[in-house]
Design a protein around this ligand. Structure first.
Ligand SMILES: [Ca+2]
Ligand SMILES: [Ca+2]
Ligand SMILES: [Ca+2]
Ligand SMILES: [Ca+2]
Length: 623
């Protein structure tokens, strides 16, 4: 295990941390016994249980669940600031669209970013999708990039040694352990043939697309791993956008002089695909059998949702200028589109919008998952509140979100409790599709700032984009967006990609002055990633937060799999109970959870590792 380094921190803070680390260790022996009696068990286990769980599962710090109170002396204070640490972190990824003046439509769509802890060291790594030069205008090769997290605020480009230096016209990615071997695998969507990269567990990936049968040729966009038939094996849903090729490329112009990027109305749609995991490394295309074949759709985003809380994964698919789809899982391998009746297919005025990225989350603590969608300029973002009866209401305008997103063209977006107050906020990556938009619509811009909208309760959101540091306000041609706690300091950092431009890593400073519980799940009967598992955290003050482990969401991207529960100011909640409902049906209950800990919980066994959150980590990183 590589020792962690804490450069440029004051001696006082260092000493405090030293004692804070030692003392819980000393208390561990006493703590363990006490804890085990507090943890109930339908299968929940104790901290002293022998760890057969992969070594892998949690950050490489001492294993203890002792009270982290002592660490509070070193907690940060001050306003939350998202600091651009891209350069210091050593991230140099730049997206190449291959654009050379012909304005081929795919050029303006990419690209995505996925969080994958590919080496299971508990520190999130980053995979950037790249496109490439068009064959008719080839100047250089361009590859996706895998960046390994060095645990000290820096990353190393390991693309070549990982076997991922493969050229493709890439758009998106999805992460999931499809063979349940404990190592997350990687799916790459493209214009052309997609790729499935099997994680070999030794830092390398093997392209197993041909055997798996998941090339899904055409114009793919977002994808998601999920277990629609609850057999413990992750299946794969791949959205497809439009029927486009260089030969079919159409001419469009905004100013009647120069070619512009066409809108999707110019092209026919292309059906998305569902692949069933047969368990032997082979997948079966079950699109038609499942009732999902639909060549009229122009899908860009997909969110996993169990909108009716029946324990079976439904899918929400955002369509660009076509009605959105809400595919209800019928429990028999088939789905039914209920979007129109549920009220999520169209805008309130009955119009189709330009659905791009999307996410599902319980932003109103109702116990039901609602939806957020990124749309075109002058359409506002959609915020569909799940009423719990199978119906959704678009709260975009009443919530205040609609008014502040009317000028934005939003791609990546998701619910995220950026300030750890327990309420899910909304983060959006914005950027226009037309590089010449300001010529014909002078109020609009190609590059646009990100949006962060704070959930202030009572179904209201406040635009705080101007209050969280200058990095958030920098205009970029935003596309992919993902979050992870890259520095393991308890709060959630952001990574955003820009079309034909550099990706950026934005470190969240100071949100971890609020308390937090982070949870990573390991399925045994259920899929190993625990995708689809629902965790309810109930505090001793009676607050209940529900979060689901999920892939997909956002746009062409995927965030980290661990769940984050913001608890607000220290002292608000001193203890919590976790209830985990696994996709296979089992419930595990864990009592007596103290704030500021990263728990790894295995299906049927309970806690297999508990690591205190190191609040000062961010102070050590790339400063
Ligand atoms: Ca795997
Ligand atoms: Ca399955
Ligand atoms: Ca919040
Ligand atoms: Ca962090």
């Amino acid at each position: 295990m590589k020792p962690r380094q804490f450069p440029r921190r004051s001696l006082v803070v260092r000493s405090l941390r030293y004692f804070a680390t030692l003392l819980p260790l000393a208390l561990l022996a006493i703590g363990c016994k006490h804890k085990s009696s507090e943890e109930t068990s339908q299968g929940s286990s104790t901290l002293s249980a022998p760890s057969t769980a992969p070594s892998s599962s949690s950050p490489s710090k001492p294993t203890t669940n002792a009270s982290p109170r002592l660490l509070e002396t070193a907690r940060p204070s001050g306003p939350i600031d998202f600091v651009d640490v891209t350069a210091q972190a050593g991230i140099r990824f730049k997206h190449n669209t291959g654009a050379f003046g012909k304005k081929y439509l795919p050029e303006t769509m990419g690209s995505g970013v996925c969080i994958i802890d590919y080496d299971n060291d508990g520190w999130p790594d980053i995979f950037f999708v790249n496109s490439m030069d068009w064959p008719e205008h080839k100047s250089a090769k361009s590859y996706p990039a895998l960046y390994h997290n060095n645990h000290d605020g820096t990353f190393t480009d390991v693309t070549r040694q990982a076997g991922l230096a493969i050229e493709s016209y890439g758009l998106g990615c999805a992460v999931g352990d499809y063979d349940n071997d404990g190592y997350d695998d990687l799916y790459l969507t493209t214009v052309g043939s997609n790729h499935l990269f099997h994680n070999l567990g030794n830092g390398k990936f093997a392209d197993v697309t041909a055997k798996a049968g998941v090339a899904s040729p055409g114009f793919s966009a977002s994808a998601v791993w999920f277990d629609y038939d609850n057999d413990g094996k992750l299946d794969l849903f791949v959205t497809h956008y439009i029927d486009w090729s260089v030969d079919k490329d159409q001419y469009c112009s905004l100013d009647n002089k120069n070619k512009s990027y066409c809108t999707p109305q110019t092209y026919k749609g292309e059906s998305s695909h569902l692949y069933h995991n047969n368990g032997n490394g082979v997948f079966e295309d079950v699109t038609k059998k499942a009732g999902l074949f639909d060549p009229t759709s122009k899908a860009l985003g997909v969110a996993l949702i169990d909108y009716d809380n029946d324990g079976w994964m439904d899918l929400f698919v955002s369509n660009d200028t076509e009605p959105n789809k809400l595919y209800r899982n019928n429990h028999d391998g088939t789905f039914t589109d209920v979007a129109v009746n549920a009220g999520v297919a169209f805008s309130d005025s009955g119009r189709v919008r330009a659905g791009m990225g999307t996410d599902a989350g319980d932003f109103d603590d109702s116990g039901f998952s609602s939806l957020v969608i990124g749309n075109f300029t002058n359409e506002s973002m959609s915020l569909y509140k799940n009423d719990g009866s199978g119906l959704f209401t678009d709260e975009s305008m009443r919530s205040g979100l609609g008014q502040v997103t009317v000028q934005s063209l939003t791609f990546g977006c998701f619910f995220l409790d950026y300030d750890l107050d327990g309420r899910l906020d909304i983060v959006a990556a914005n950027g226009h599709v037309s590089d010449d938009i300001a010529v014909v619509q002078p109020t609009l811009r190609y590059a646009q700032p990100m949006g962060i909208y704070r959930n202030i309760g009572n179904l209201r959101f406040e635009n705080v984009s101007g209050k969280l540091g200058s990095a958030i306000q920098k205009p970029v041609v935003g596309r992919g967006l993902a979050y992870a706690d890259f520095d393991n300091d308890g709060d959630l950092d952001l990574v955003i990609t820009s079309n034909n431009g550099p990706a950026r890593l934005l470190r969240n400073d100071n949100a971890n002055q609020n308390d937090v519980v982070r949870v990573k799940l390991i399925g045994t009967k259920s899929n190993r990633d625990g995708i689809g598992a629902k965790v309810t955290l109930t505090t001793n003050t009676g607050v209940a937060l529900v979060r689901m482990v999920k892939g997909g969401s956002s746009y062409l991207s995927q965030s980290e799999l661990p769940l984050t529960f913001g608890l607000g100011k220290p002292g608000n909640a001193t203890s919590a109970q976790l209830q985990i409902v696994w996709p296979a049906g089992r419930k595990d209950v864990i009592k007596g959870v103290k704030p500021n800990v990263f728990l790894t919980i295995q299906e049927g066994r309970g806690i297999v590792s508990a690591v205190p959150i190191d609040f000062v980590a961010s102070g050590a990183l790339a400063r």
